[in-house]
Design a protein around this ligand. Structure first.
Ligand code: BGC
Length: 396
């Protein structure tokens, strides 16, 4: 182990790499708004500003609708009842884990998996014969020209199923349903998860006009006046407002350090989703891991035992557990290290890990706060799943 002075010097370097000053964040907000304007005008930039072809819910929509929710590690199917007075009830729901091989395999297989899951859901809940209107929350950037169609712009969050980018998602789902002879489903809406979340909350809360997700990925949408969406064709401007999906995970005017660079290079979408890679659940653990690997390989700050850490996985949920542990000996870090065969760690070593976690998550929190700084937020329960069903209701 190195002497205390040297250790402090090394840690100062890491701290510097993740520091982001208030004035830099103010600049970020200015750049962010300039990118929003460019995106709305259809000019090139890092924010796609994708029109959603739907406005917020009124709260008066009524009936039973099916919602699908795809975008993280699980796929969900829901049956939602809308009472028409701002109240919605999830009557049935099923959750299916998406195997990694399906996320990264053939596109048609992914949609077959979805169709099979829907079939199982309809059978389990005895709704296989009822005609159902369905809303599909698809948590990726999709270029839409109508509410019930849209082409995938790019995969994010570790998905890479082949033959889907550039294709109409609704058509792919409809084809898969046909292959499984599911005939009672009408796909009436395709929405991003931020849009689903906004629709779900706007159903019960009239003034809600922003949807934000901090999950495996990150993104936001908001209600914009169609007059301000200058790239929108004139014939689409008959409604006063439309929701716009910002796709803010791709914002790229932020200072990038060498750890961000490594993480980005090793990701399956280099150069893309740069803000997402600094703040979202898929990346914070791996980013801390990237720093630790450099410290293990290039300094003597950790004992030799730590080499096992290089190949081990570090999840964002792990670093969240580390940071919430208040025990003076950092017991949770200790047992994590034990579990990956790094035996006999010292308290000083565990403190270094905690310090790195805090630097990475503090930067994430500061950037996330700057991104939402213009909005006031409230929590939406089960936003994107219920929201898919509400999307189907809004367009009926
Ligand atoms: C996707 C967005 C999505 C966000 C949150 C990002 O990776 O690009 O479309 O809204 O994750 O799920």
């Amino acid at each position: 182990m190195v002497a205390t002075g040297k250790r402090q010097e090394i840690m100062k370097e890491v701290e510097k790499a993740f520091a982001i000053s208030s004035s830099r964040l103010q600049q970020m907000v200015i750049d962010f708004h300039a990118e929003i304007r460019r995106g709305l005008a259809g000019e090139s930039g890092s924010l796609k500003m994708l029109p959603a072809f739907v406005d917020c819910a009124t709260g008066q929509e009524q009936g039973h609708f099916t919602g699908l929710d795809l975008g993280g590690t699980h796929f969900r199917v829901l049956l939602v009842a809308l009472a028409g007075n701002g109240r919605s009830v999830v009557e049935q729901s099923s959750k299916f884990a998406i195997p990694k091989s399906v996320m990264e395999g053939e596109g048609a297989e992914l949609f077959d998996f979805i169709a099979r899951s829907i079939l199982a859901f309809l059978g389990d809940h005895a709704v296989a014969d009822r005609q159902m209107f369905l809303g599909f929350t698809f948590s990726f950037p999709v270029d839409q020209k109508t509410i019930n169609s849209g082409r995938l712009v790019t995969w994010t969050k570790g998905f890479s199923a082949s033959g889907v980018v550039g294709k109409d998602i609704v058509r792919m789902l409809a084809d898969a349903l046909r292959r499984y002879t599911v005939e009672n489903i009408i796909i009436s809406a395709l929405v991003n998860d931020t849009v689903g979340t906004l629709l779900a909350k706007s159903y019960e809360l009239k003034d809600c006009d922003v949807g934000v997700i901090f999950g495996t990925g990150t993104n936001a949408c908001y209600r914009e006046s169609t007059a301000a969406i200058t790239k929108l064709p004139r014939q689409e401007k008959s409604n006063k407002n439309m929701i716009v999906n910002i796709e803010w995970g791709n914002f790229n005017l932020l200072p990038v350090n060498r750890y961000d660079d490594i993480l980005d290079r090793e990701s399956n979408n280099p150069g893309k989703q740069m803000m997402e890679k600094m703040i979202s659940g898929m990346y914070l653990g791996p980013l801390v891991h990237t720093v630790l690997v450099e410290l293990i390989q290039k300094t003597s700050i950790f004992s030799k035992n730590f080499v096992a850490c290089v190949e081990a996985e570090l999840l964002t949920s792990d670093i969240s557990d580390f940071e919430s542990d208040v025990s003076p000996e950092h017991e949770i870090i200790h047992s994590y290290l034990d579990s990956i065969e790094v035996k006999g760690s010292s308290i000083a070593e565990r403190q270094i890990i905690l310090q790195v976690c805090r630097q990475v998550t503090t930067r994430a929190a500061r950037i996330a706060a700057a991104a939402v700084s213009k909005f006031s937020l409230t929590q939406s329960c089960d936003g994107s799943g219920t929201g898919a069903a509400i999307a189907a209701a809004v367009v009926q």
